[in-house]
Design a protein around this ligand. Structure first.
Ligand SMILES: [Zn+2]
Length: 234
């Protein structure tokens, strides 16, 4: 862990998270609905998606959560990938991941508007890192890893319709690219960690009677957390 880079990531994460707040709030709509352009409280169209509506003072999400989450994620990722060519790819995945997790928790969706454009961005960032380091096998692993994890989630979604959806499959492809870049063992562990975290949290919520066996919990945040753990700890 490089502490200089980690501190820089934490400091940068606050304004970046604040900028992502608007993307999260505009995209936190039901499937097929247009992007949110007005405050749900009063219909006022904000000039900027700040923490509160300038007109009716209602909050746009929980204050500080996206900013602090982005700061923590960027601090750990920049500390881990400090000075490496692939730091940009993982910082990108981290910032996008916080936004996707926030939207998934809010509306149980991982919008195509965010996941699909991320594929070419991530591919370019990883290709640039591979050409800088000459590590072309890592780029091959990233592409295969993305395909493999998306295919695995596709099969799971067929087996468990309703629990996993198309958004999870598209997120799995992105995470598979990042984890595959780091190596096959990390890909397997990162994918497995998502299921372990999901099971632990579900059991805890069941025990606390916060959910029932029929409740549906957004899976995206667990996939992201598992991949994040594998990328930063291993
Ligand atoms: Zn308002």
């Amino acid at each position: 862990m490089n502490y200089g880079w980690a501190i820089a990531g934490g400091v940068a994460g606050i304004p970046i998270g604040a900028a992502m707040r608007g993307i999260v709030f505009r995209n936190a709509v039901a499937s097929g609905e247009p992007l949110r352009t007005a405050c749900p409280g009063c219909g006022h169209t904000p000039r900027r998606w700040q923490v509160r509506c300038a007109s009716c003072r209602s909050w746009f999400g929980v204050p500080g959560v996206i900013e602090l989450s982005t700061a923590v994620v960027l601090a750990l990722l920049l500390g881990r990938f400090a000075g490496q060519w692939d730091v940009g790819a993982f910082a990108f995945l981290g910032v996008l991941g916080v936004a996707l997790a926030a939207i998934d928790v809010a509306v149980r969706r991982l919008p195509d508007r965010l996941t699909l454009p991320a594929y070419p961005v991530l591919a370019v960032l990883l290709a640039a890192a591979a050409s800088a380091t000459g590590d072309l096998p890592a780029l091959g692993r990233a592409l295969l890893g993305g395909l493999a994890l998306a295919a695995a989630y596709y099969v799971l979604a067929l087996v468990r319709p309703g629990q996993l959806g198309g958004g999870d499959i598209k997120l799995a492809g992105l995470l598979g690219m990042g984890l595959g870049w780091l190596g096959w063992p990390i890909l397997v562990l990162g994918a497995a960690a998502g299921f372990v975290l999901f099971s632990l949290v579900s059991l805890g919520l069941l025990a606390a009677r916060r959910i029932t066996l029929r409740s549906q919990i957004a899976f995206g945040p667990f996939m992201l957390a598992g991949a994040f753990l594998a990328a930063t700890v291993l």
